[in-house]
Ligand binder design. Structure first.
Ligand code: FEO
Length: 421
């Protein structure tokens, strides 16, 4: 069987009319990729911009029994069903393993059962309950409930199930093929971005081209659940994993250590980089100017790779991701409606919601007649766990003045010394 299948619709000539097109990928003799990518989607989960699209991965195990591991999002239904049919090549579908019941993976379950009415759904009790919540078809006699460590033998392969609650929903689980060493990891180890031919992380310059989107995916989707991710990593460490097949983004078949180390850091809320992120919320540019001068002071001291963000024009999912990356975060914000400038408040509430910890913050506030943002920013940061907020701060009354340069320099000095201790 060739490793790549693509049959284009042909014109009706010589009685030869191919009326289907599919794009499936053979991973090995028994496993076929039947997922599809959506490059038209503007907002994943209707909130996260995905400029490079997103893939909805699905895998078909062709053993003595046939097993589909998760379905896909409704947006790729047509291609998904063509892919499944092509990969089955006339065989029936015996099992559907449901690792995760979020609709980007489960939306097509009802349609799948219409096409393959004899399929048995294999999942845990929580997921089966959710199937009943999302759909109206009868589940009677159509499910096989599994719990932690249970196995399903499909012929040559034995699948073992491990619960992964809150990675990313409570019903989430992962499936380990003990025969091939393949971990079907659900949302874990996923990455934003469509799959453009290269199905494997080792076919890409992942660190250069994909890591930012992997981090943005992890931090925004699963970042709140670091403890639960740690539990999953612990379970995974006892398995002899040869390949990781996530529900989004490329498959991992080499160099797992690189990605697992990132997951370990992110889920322990450890900074990935000892460095500085400066996030500023500026209405007319005066707060931005103070942030810029601070950045220059840091650069003069030898701080490299400073990440500057205008919170008004940067999607908050990028800001959250960058906050997970850097060890030191400067928050510079105008006062607005007697509160924090709205986009900055949104950013701060989002990192609080995502349980960001172990960071050092510095605060710069601005306000022409009643500066309030600094006090309110410190209040939000104070509600978060295990962070340090530098006592040194600056209050701008409309704009930075010459007599405040020394205070700004002091903040730069403190951050620099902290980075180098
Ligand atoms: Fe990719 Fe939690 O769904």
């Amino acid at each position: 069987m060739p490793t790549f299948f693509r049959i284009f619709a042909q014109p009706k000539t010589n009685n030869k009319h191919i009326i289907f097109m599919h794009n499936i990928r053979k991973i090995n003799d028994d496993l076929i990729y039947v997922g599809a990518s959506d490059r038209r989607l503007a907002l994943f989960e209707n909130v996260y911009p995905v400029l490079d699209g997103v893939s909805y991965n699905s895998y078909l195990l062709l053993d003595e029994k046939t097993v589909l591991l998760d379905t896909a999002d409704a947006s790729v239904a047509h291609r998904f069903f063509e892919n499944v049919a092509a990969a089955l090549d006339g065989r029936t579908l015996n099992y559907l393993v449901v690792n995760h019941m979020e609709p980007d993976h489960c939306a097509l379950i009802a349609d799948l059962l219409l096409r393959y009415p004899d399929v048995t759904i294999v999942s845990n009790a929580k997921a089966i309950t959710m199937i009943g919540q999302f759909f109206d078809f009868s589940l009677e006699g159509r499910t096989q409930v599994v719990a932690e460590g249970d196995t399903l033998c499909t012929g040559r392969h034995t699948l073992q199930f491990f619960m992964a609650p809150m990675v990313h929903w409570p019903e989430a689980m992962v499936t380990f093929d003990t025969t091939s060493g393949t971990l079907f990891s659900a949302d874990a180890f996923g990455t934003f971005g469509a799959i453009g031919g290269n199905l494997y992380a080792d076919e890409l310059d992942f660190d250069r081209d994909c890591l930012d989107e992997a981090r943005r995916y992890y931090t925004n989707i699963v970042g709140k659940y670091g403890t639960q991710v740690q539990m999953l990593l612990k379970k995974a460490s006892s398995l002899d994993i040869k390949m990781i097949c996530p529900l989004h983004g490329p498959i991992w078949r080499t160099d797992f250590g690189y990605f697992i180390e990132k997951y370990d850091k992110w889920s322990r809320y450890e900074p990935e980089v000892k460095g500085v992120m400066i996030a500023y919320g500026s209405i007319y540019g005066n707060t931005e100017n103070a942030a810029d001068i601070l950045a220059s002071m840091l650069a003069d001291k030898g701080v490299h790779g400073i990440a500057m963000y205008d919170v008004s024009k940067t999607d908050v999912s990028v800001l959250v991701s960058e906050a997970f990356k850097y060890s030191h975060i400067v928050v510079a914000s105008s006062t607005y409606n007697n509160g924090i400038f709205t986009p900055m408040e949104n950013f701060l509430l989002d990192i609080k919601a995502h349980a960001l910890q172990n960071r050092t913050f510095a605060v710069i506030e601005n306000g022409t007649w009643a500066p309030q943002s600094g006090k309110l920013i410190r209040a939000i940061l104070g509600e978060m766990k295990n962070n340090t907020v530098l006592e040194d701060g600056i209050t701008l009354k409309s704009s930075l003045k010459q007599n405040q340069i020394a205070s700004l320099e002091a903040i730069a000095e403190t951050i620099y010394n902290d980075l180098n201790k």
